[in-house]
Write a new protein. Structure first.
Length: 132
């Protein structure tokens, strides 16, 4: 029997995180929602398969968070989220790739549940880990 996929969300808008959690749980995945950098880092483990990362956070922006994840050799798949659209998401995805991170998608806000469901379906078979 395979292990349940572990998803970790960081978004200062708790409602966004709760939507991701509901869709993930419906897809039989485990999801932890965080709204601060400290809570996110405390929840990030070797079992984390997929990270949903908001690009605009009050404490640390998405680029800074990606730099931190790269320093810690994070190999979890990363999905970038932003309400600022593709003008932010495209370059940020490229930046994450340049840092050596496993960038697996972007999710412009507001997003449709169908978009999120499809993204999760595509990631269902991938396992990644955080190697601190």
């Amino acid at each position: 029997m395979s292990r349940t996929k572990e998803i970790l969300v960081i978004d200062d808008n708790e409602d966004i995180g709760e939507v991701v959690r509901a869709v993930a749980e419906r897809a039989k995945m485990s999801c932890t929602v965080t709204t601060s950098v400290d809570a996110f880092l405390a929840a990030l483990t070797a079992e984390t398969d997929l990270i949903f990362l908001d690009m605009k956070m009050p404490e640390m922006n998405g680029r800074e968070m990606m730099e931190l994840l790269a320093v810690h050799h994070c190999s979890a798949g990363i999905v970038l989220m932003s309400g600022l659209g593709s003008s932010v998401l495209g370059p940020a995805d490229g930046y994450g790739r340049a840092l050596g991170l496993k960038m697996v998608g972007t999710l412009p806000k507001p997003f449709r549940v169908a978009e999120l469901s499809e993204l999760l379906r595509k990631q269902g078979g991938a396992r990644a880990a955080f190697l601190g």
